[in-house]
Design a protein around this ligand. Structure first.
Ligand code: MOS
Length: 727
């Protein structure tokens, strides 16, 4: 993908299915129980594995009294050797391998054994009773900004450090400044479906693992590496996934434990995490402390932008929450500094959770912008419009497409922003009412992905790829793309995803899934179109494919008849090209929130929200809207509810279930309004779409927080904003 492609074939196909709010093609299977999730596969002779987590936060296992439980009814065995001391670096990149044979316990709950039983209940009972003796070590269990920092971090998805001009001098000279620190807590992805694996080895030493993974292709490589077998020996099947939000990007401990145990036993092993284990051992989003410095002239133009983030992680991990990722390019300003460092703590390792970086980074940036607007006496939308950069202010490259201005102005109109009043000025009975705004931005990227399309003689087509659908709608949008490109009705496309036996794909993560897998399907279908044109002896441009017919030069034949009895097959592969260096690529948007704060109780209620987004071609209005609704709901959670509490004596996560870890429930979420701006990104990929999966969370919490300020005149900088902080 090195040349911009001003015309996409999707703009000239005639069925017009792409973009419509087509209902999920996998919906009927899901609501009728025919969609099988990892934990639900049934195989003969299965043993049930229950994980056992360490009861200390730092130290070593001295002994495990296996005999104490082995005689219990239904208990088969306990696997406790160091191969099952599993700490997985869940970033899921192809080069990342889990650490094998970890001998020290680095965080509370780290998996130290798997108990195997003939029933789940027997295994669970033994797992609870299993006596383990520890040698407790000295750990760091509390996050402190006074701790020594790790300033020497490798890049992950943003440079750890960047600087331009002289931020200190610019702050000193600027007539209006904001220098404030925001803190956000650890969070958990809290997907509905707990992590689960069913591991089966065949006689040739090949492993099939039914699991819940966002990126099976790289997950299979990771798993193979951790087991010490060739990647070709591991197949991962993840056909249906009940949410991931980052927690299923890389392999989780239960997969490795199930695979090791299955080999040991010579039986299939199914291991399903308890809800508490999902909190204990799948990655958390790091807590952050973010110092924001903004300096502006009295005209509101920014001259200084500083965003310095301190996050936390284990000593052995280099992942940092890239909170400054969109501060690199969201607003103009000559003097800039973005930095990240880590405090080392013996807490569950931190990793990617939905919109890693922006989700919490835009809380700091967008609340600081709100504070600056207040000091300047300029409307917060006006302040953002004033600081719209002409190009990427750091990289000095153009934006491939950017609808931030339109999102802010059209959103303001639709939301009724003109009715916003000064902080604390609007009261209805016992409720103070406020409005807030925040910009949204999420970097867009392509990840190498393939898809195979087979057009059959009966006029149906099969599309297959190791791409996944984590609940986002991949099955549906890929069906729409294939249907339009091949001129077939939706019900003639068979979509096969989530299996590493298919051609490889990067899967679902980082908002790249739809554009990457979608482009791969597009390219494969484009090759088939060319073959069909050849069969009709015309140029591909002359060919119209529609409702199962191929039409050119007054000839119309059933598409299947052009196959001459043999399927026509093609594989399409997309990869990152130079476009990502030549352009700043991101999805943009604006969030608007209205909240009520009760003057008696301090209770905060979101009354309405609007999100306006520009994300290139919207492939399916309905599934895209659902993604944004989910993101905005995450934003409400980040602003008002979500917070993992670590016990400062052990690092243990105290609120490790959905009763105690508060996420927004229906009563917390009012009607949310989502608007997509008409946009195409011709530089991004052949289908001109950008990511939509995460932009909905980016900035959402900031808009809610700014609305709380506008309602009350109280600026809470320590998230979540709970009622005690307003009293
Ligand atoms: Mo996303 S955190 O890359 O699933």
């Amino acid at each position: 993908m090195d040349k911009p492609q001003p015309v996409s074939r999707l703009d000239t196909t005639v069925q017009g299915l792409v973009g419509l709010g087509v209902e999920r093609v996998d919906g009927p299977a899901k609501v009728s129980g025919q969609a099988i999730y990892a934990a639900e596969y049934r195989v003969d002779d299965v043993a049930y594995g229950v994980l056992v987590g360490a009861g200390i936060g730092k130290g070593k296992v001295v002994s495990v009294d296996v005999d104490a439980v082995k005689g219990l009814p239904g208990v088969i065995d306990v696997v406790t050797d160091y191969d099952t001391f599993i700490r997985v670096s869940q970033q899921g990149g192809e080069t990342e391998a889990p650490t094998q044979g970890v001998k020290d316990i680095e965080y509370f709950g780290e998996i130290v054994a798997i108990v195997l039983g003939d029933t789940y209940e027997a295994a669970r009972d033994a797992a609870i009773r299993l006596p383990i003796e520890y040698d407790t070590g000295a750990g760091v269990f509390a996050f402190s900004m006074d701790a020594e920092r790790d300033g020497d971090l490798p890049e992950n998805n943003t440079p750890a450090q960047s600087a331009q001009g002289d931020i200190d001098a610019a702050m000193d000279a600027a007539p209006v400044t904001v220098d404030v620190t925001y803190t956000t807590p650890s969070q958990n992805s809290a997907a509905m479906e707990p992590h689960a694996s069913l591991a089966m080895w065949d006689g040739d030493g090949a492993l099939t693992l039914y699991g819940a993974y966002q990126m099976p292709t790289s997950d299979a490589q990771q798993l193979a590496k951790s087991l010490g077998v060739a990647a070709s020996k591991v197949r991962i099947v993840s056909r249906f996934i009940g949410g991931g939000f980052g927690s299923k990007l890389g392999i989780a401990p239960e997969s490795v434990a199930a695979a090791v145990a299955a080999k040991r036993l010579g039986r299939p092993v199914k291991a399903v995490m308890m809800r508490q284990q999902v909190f204990d051992v799948t990655v958390r989003r790091s807590n952050t402390s973010q110092r924001m410095r903004l300096g502006a002239g009295t005209d509101g133009r920014l001259v200084a932008i500083g965003h310095e983030t301190t996050a936390s992680n284990l000593d052995t991990e280099d992942y940092f929450e890239p909170a400054g990722i969109s501060t690199h390019f969201l607003y103009a300003g000559e003097n800039r500094k973005v930095s990240h460092d880590l405090v080392r703590v013996n807490w569950l390792l931190s990793g990617s959770m939905r919109a890693p970086g922006e989700a919490v980074g835009l809380i700091a940036l967008e609340c600081a912008m709100d504070e600056l607007a207040e000091k300047l006496g300029i409307d917060p939308i006006e302040l953002r419009l004033l600081n719209e950069p002409a190009e990427d202010p750091e990289k000095k490259v153009p934006f491939s497409s950017r609808s931030l201005k339109a999102a802010l102005t059209q959103g303001a109109e639709r939301f009724g922003w003109s009715k916003r009043q000064p902080a604390g000025a609007r009261r209805e009975g016992d409720w103070l009412i406020g409005m807030g705004v925040a910009s949204a931005a999420r970097a867009n990227t392509l990840m190498k992905s393939s898809a195979k399309v087979a057009l059959h003689p009966d006029g149906t087509a099969t599309v297959s790829s190791a791409m996944t659908d984590i609940g986002t709608g991949s099955y549906t949008i890929l069906t729409q793309i294939a249907a339009d490109m091949l001129g077939l009705p939706l019900d003639r496309i068979r979509m096969e995803l989530g299996d590493t036996n298919h051609v490889p794909a990067a899967g679902s993560g980082g908002s790249w899934g739809a554009a990457s897998a979608g482009s791969a399907v597009y390219l494969a279908a484009q090759t088939i179109r060319q073959k069909l044109a050849k069969a009709m002896d015309v140029d591909e441009e002359e060919l119209t494919l529609k409702d199962g017919q191929a039409i050119a030069r007054n000839r119309s034949v059933p598409i299947g008849s052009l196959t001459e009895g043999e399927p026509i097959e093609a594989t399409g592969t997309i990869d990152k090209g130079k476009q990502e260096e030549l352009f700043n690529q991101a999805s943009y948007g604006a969030h608007f929130a209205e909240v009520g704060v009760n003057v008696v109780t301090g209770e905060i209620r979101v009354r309405r929200m609007l999100g306006v987004f520009g994300a290139g071609r919207i492939l399916n209005q309905q599934t895209a809207r659902s993604q944004c609704l989910g993101g905005m709901t995450f934003g409400i959670g980040a602003a008002l509810h979500e917070e993992l509490i670590h016990d400062e004596r052990t690092g243990k996560i105290v609120n490790r279930d959905l009763a105690e870890y508060h996420i927004p429930v229906n009563a917390d979420v009012p009607d949310l309004d989502v608007v997509f701006l008409p946009e195409r990104d011709i530089h991004a990929n052949p289908i001109h779409a950008k990511g939509i999966g995460e932009v909905g969370i980016c900035g959402a919490a900031g808009a809610v927080a700014n609305a709380v300020y506008n309602a009350t005149g109280i600026r809470v900088r320590d998230f979540p904003i709970t009622l005690d902080k307003l009293m």
